[in-house]
Design a protein around this ligand. Sequence first.
Ligand code: CA
Length: 230
Amino acid sequence: MTDRGTVLLVEDERSIAELVTLYLTRDGFRVVERRTAAEALAALEAHRPALVILDVGLPDLDGFEVCRRIRATSPVPVIMLTARDEEVDRVRGLELGADDYVTKPFSPAELAARVRAVLRRAAGLGPPEHIDVGRLHLDLAARTARAGEAPVELTAREFDLCAFLAARAGRALSRAQILDGVWGANWYGDARTVDVHVAQLRRKLGDAVRITTVRGVGYRLEAPAPRPGD
Ligand code: CA
């Protein structure tokens, strides 16, 4: 597995830290875990991480204050974690220079996807090569799909449809939009083509994602509800 660099994870809740570390390690990151602000600021010097994941509720200092101190000396990307989802907190975090903001409870897979996205933005590498929604992972360069760890065999059209829906996860898309986006505006087919392919996708993807029928419109792909412990 490629070495993607070091992530400094500052989280005093052991169960969350363990889960996040598990996912990031699987993704090829080295993870340095710290439980207090003081330890985190020392580790920033010592380990020069590629990215910091910073819990807002720490035993010694508020995570916002830690973010401010990091920003005073370093451009390292920061993702803030918080149990609070108040808009004011989000704004405060972003004003203090945080790059992204994830509200608990979150799925570790989603956090891992945010980590990759923030690093990609930081590196200025352009369009995404991966899409992750729920337990669905698409590698757009290799044109491969996985449901969790299991590879999923998709036809070319199924892959295009899956990528089209996943890139717009959470949005209701009409059959006409889907036909235009996947089959092309010049394709003369009927909307049933979409239904048939969506049925195939549902069968192949299992519970990795949900593809919901939106009555009178079309379809919406979304992450399944998080399971307990996620
Ligand atoms: Ca905490």
